[in-house]
Ligand binder design. Structure first.
Ligand SMILES: Cc1cc2nc3c(=O)[nH]c(=O)nc-3n(C[C@H](O)[C@H](O)[C@H](O)COP(=O)(O)OP(=O)(O)OC[C@H]3O[C@@H](n4cnc5c(N)ncnc54)[C@H](O)[C@@H]3O)c2cc1C
Length: 453
């Protein structure tokens, strides 16, 4: 399919409005120039973060164009599709929900487990492609223009205050787009971050997932599998899908072991748990989860959102809620900056500050707990599960569990279970009992190393 301009999956949009951008009449480069269009804002990437931001700016009257390198928004799906109620609220729709999830179980390497079930839904399994398409449709209805099969390649030369994006189209054409603001919503490998020279010292966890069309298991709960042979650095998951299927996958530290190997170990582990092999995996997906924090998300006329900015929850790798919320904050800041004509890095960095005020504390605590988590041995995981079991933690998990703010329940469990706390350095207990905070105790005996996580 060639490049497409218009609504993703709907009738073409109304003619694109062209308010004054300051970039009209721009001559780009020398010689025969490729076609140049001008917009206020160019959003690169039509994932949940990009389409949310495009919607928020388009409905405020800005001329927004969205580039998506794939021919269809939402494909290929690279996600397990487990989200909180907040995501449905931010999307303004429940149409993509396949089913609610009321409970979860966590398994140690020896399959010791703890489980809980809440009276109310704690998460939703969604059709992820549908979420992306619906968010893009909403943005298009607000006036954003989508171009699919169009890849951002980098920046060309432009006058001060104007960013010129070089674009390759699936049909072999190339074009340039002049704009006042470029939003990098282009995911884990962000070309915009690279082109804007925004350093990304992050750890990328390779992920591997498959669909198991026929799986035993409780369709009302998700299962998490811990262990350094299965998924060092994160975990494996079993998530119920529609009609008796499941989404099974891992994300793990990049240690040279192929992600597929870890996936096969998880499949064998789940087979042991169910007492029968999980047969016939289909629809494999291979991707990466960015964990870590960037020094900056903004440069002159550029900002990053979502996976491009590594706005992913460090304890779970989930990034849909955080990316969409960041897009909402970024849109408010960008709207003010576009109106005031101040799109320099300093003005845009108000976005970093506002994100930090809202979610920074959760991220700092989660990074800290993650550093502890990644040091646990398989024996530690056994002790952890035993301690959780003995402390009768199910009620606390129901009371405090929140997939978007997992440190709340982690803190509660650590405080309520002395044997659990004994697994961790003493200083952690003191830090948590003070309510956490930015001054977490140092875990390293030696000099502090700058770490990606
Ligand atoms: C295996 C796996 C399972 C996951 N499960 C969950 C989950 O259950 N719940 C959850 O909350 N999160 C989950 N995540 C994380 C979640 O998928 C991401 O955090 C989320 O998709 C980030 O959204 P985004 O809009 O920032 O980026 P993306 O969704 O990655 O969208 C980026 C878009 O940019 C496009 N693009 C990239 N480069 C260019 C370019 N140069 N030019 C034009 N377009 C470009 C891409 O094609 C893509 O459409 C999972 C991730 C993985 C890998």
């Amino acid at each position: 399919m060639g490049p497409r301009v218009g609504r993703p999956g709907a009738a073409p949009p109304a003619p694109f409005p062209r308010p004054a951008t300051g970039a009209e009449g721009l001559k780009v480069g020398g010689g025969p120039s490729p076609s140049v269009t001008t917009v206020d804002v160019l959003v690169v990437g039509a994932g949940p973060a990009g389409s949310t931001l495009a919607y928020e700016l388009a409905r405020r009257g800005h001329a927004v164009r969205v580039l998506e390198e794939h021919p269809r928004v939402g494909y290929p799906v690279q996600c397990a599709g487990l989200v909180s109620e907040r995501v449905l609220q931010l999307a303004g729709s429940r149409a993509m929900v396949l089913g609610p999830v009321h409970g979860a179980a966590v398994f140690s390497p020896s399959l010791r487990s703890i489980a809980f079930r809440a009276p109310d839904p704690r998460a939703y399994v969604i059709d992820r492609a549908r979420l992306d398409r619906d968010l893009a449709d909403r943005a298009a209805r607000a006036g954003a223009e989508f171009v699919t099969g169009a890849r951002f390649d980098g920046f060309g030369d432009g006058p001060p205050g104007v960013r010129v994006a070089r674009v390759s189209h699936a049909d072999g054409r190339s074009s340039e787009i002049a704009c006042r603001l470029v939003v990098g919503a282009d995911g884990v490998a962000s070309a915009v971050a690279r082109a804007a020279r925004l350093p990304r010292r992050i750890e990328i966890l390779p992920a591997f997932e498959a669909e198991i069309p026929n799986s035993p298991g409780d369709p009302d709960r998700v299962e998490i599998y811990l262990g350094n042979r299965i998924a060092p650095g994160l975990f494996g998951w079993w998530i119920p899908d529609t009609e008796g299927g499941a989404r099974v996958g891992i994300a793990a530290r990049a240690d040279g072991t192929p992600a597929r190997t870890y996936f096969e170990r998880l499949r064998a582990q789940i087979g042991r748990r169910f007492g029968r092999e999980l047969a016939g995996p289909v629809g494999f997906l291979v991707s990466g989860i960015p964990i870590g924090s960037l020094d900056r998300w903004t440069a002159d006329g550029v900002l990053l959102v979502g996976d491009a900015a590594a706005q992913v929850k460090p304890l779970s790798g989930g990034g849909i809620f955080t990316g969409m919320r960041a897009a909402g904050i970024a849109a408010e800041v960008a709207d003010a900056a576009l109106s005031a004509g101040t799109l320099d890095a300093r003005s845009l960095s108000e976005y970093d500050r506002r994100f930090d005020r809202e979610l920074g504390e959760e991220f700092r605590r989660a990074f800290y707990l993650r550093r502890i988590f990644t040091r646990l041995t398989d024996e530690d995981f056994e002790r952890l599960l035993l301690a959780l079991e003995e402390a009768g933690t199910a009620a606390s998990i129901v009371a405090f569990g929140d997939i978007d703010f997992p440190t709340h329940v982690a803190r509660q469990l650590l405080l309520q279970s002395p044997s659990l706390l004994r697994l961790f350095p003493k200083a952690v207990g003191a830090w948590l009992s003070r309510g956490g905070g930015p001054r977490a105790p140092d875990l390293d005996a030696g000099p502090r190393r700058r770490s990606a996580t």
